[in-house]
Design a protein around this ligand. Structure first.
Ligand code: UFG
Length: 331
């Protein structure tokens, strides 16, 4: 019996594949390589293609004994989702519909879903709990919420059991150094800070110094990608044991500002990392911090790698060894 990982060549998907392989699981990956990297998939069987390709998905389900799905395949750039919502509805929402229809057709009743804090929008209070208001402020978050709701109604109609994991800010790289974060275009804070440390950028832009926080910059809850990966493994286990559908926040419950991130990155890397104040980026909430007590209590999740210095030094290991991301490896 195998676990199907959609989007398994992406950043969080590839770290989850690594965690599953470490536990001896059989893996099948489907990824269209729009954002993912073939070299990021450390094992298992791989199909290059799209969830919306019905013939491909028939082959995946017919050629393998799939018992559970972990669903990462989606577009995830907030800015792009605001200029091109159709792309997000098509790939994220329609792609998920295609996947759930195939799962129903082939009697696969368990799915772990890659969701996001962007489903909440501007929080009414922090830390954010799973029962808090969901009012996304961008198309990306809206599509992820729609995907969660779709799974809910497939549960009502067909008994599909899902665990939705709402990540806060994923960061860091695998301890082996074999895989890490490589997006094109890169928009995330930590990789951009480390590219600046490597001299690939002249400076890191600090988007807004006038937020109602201690140093005026935005605060986020950074979580090591391998701690996130562990939560997926535990979620599959919960569903195997007959657990009901559920939603969990995944964060550390502690926030760091953009300026703190830059300061700690300077200490970890020993590099100067010039920073420049710039206007706010549209749609950024001032503070996003998770309450993850439900995941700790119900999944037995225990993040162990998410001290900020550890996150940054693992990411620095990857970036300094692979300054051009996965394309470094091909040279
Ligand atoms: N930031 C900068 N300069 C940069 C890049 C980012 O100051 O060059 C700031 C942002 O304004 C924000 C913080 O750093 O305050 C973190 O930004 P990221 O882009 O790294 O992450 P976000 O918090 O915007 O987004 C993350 C995920 C999204 C998800 C969102 C949920 O990447 O997919 O959390 O809120 F939707």
């Amino acid at each position: 019996m195998a676990v199907l990982v959609t989007g398994g060549a992406g950043y969080i998907g590839s770290h989850t594949v690594a965690a599953l392989l470490e536990r001896g699981e059989d893996i099948v990956v489907v990824d269209n390589l729009q954002q993912g990297h073939k070299d990021a998939v450390l094992g298992g069987k791989m199909y290059v293609g799209d969830l919306r390709d019905s013939d491909l998905m028939d082959r995946v389900f017919e050629e393998n004994s799939i018992e559970a799905v972990i669903h990462f395949a989606a577009n995830s750039l907030v800015g792009e989702s605001m200029s091109n919502p159709a792309k997000y509805y098509h790939n994220n929402v329609y792609g998920t519909l295609c996947l759930l229809e195939k799962m129903t057709q082939y009697n696969v009743g368990r799915i772990v879903f890659s969701s996001t804090a962007a489903t909440y929008g501007e929080p009414e209070s922090v830390p954010i709990h799973e029962h808090d208001r969901t009012m996304p402020t961008n198309t990306y978050g809206e599509t992820k919420l729609a995907m969660e709701r779709m799974m809910h109604w497939f549960d009502v109609a067909h008994g599909l059991k899902y665990v939705s994991l709402r990540y806060f800010n994923a960061a860091g790289a695998h301890a082996s150094g074999a895989i890490g974060e490589d997006h094109t275009p890169e928009t995330h804070l930590l990789p951009l800070i480390l590219q600046t440390a490597l001299g690939k950028r002249s400076h890191i832009s600090v988007f807004g110094e006038d937020y109602p926080t201690e140093d005026g910059t935005c605060i986020r809850d950074y979580i090591h990608v391998s701690d996130l990966a562990d939560a997926h493994v535990l979620a599959v286990e919960r569903l195997r044991q007959g657990g009901d559908s559920a939603i969990y926040n995944l964060g550390i419950g502690q926030g760091f500002s953009v300026k703190q991130m830059i300061d700690i990155a300077r200490q970890v890397t020993g590099r100067e990392i010039p920073a420049k104040a710039e206007p706010r980026r549209a749609g950024d909430p001032a503070v996003l911090i998770a309450s993850s007590s439900r995941a700790r209590e119900e999944l037995g999740w225990n993040p162990t790698r998410s001290r900020l210095e550890d996150i940054i030094s693992s990411a620095w290991g990857w970036h300094s060894a692979n300054p051009d991301g996965y394309s470094t490896k091909k040279q």
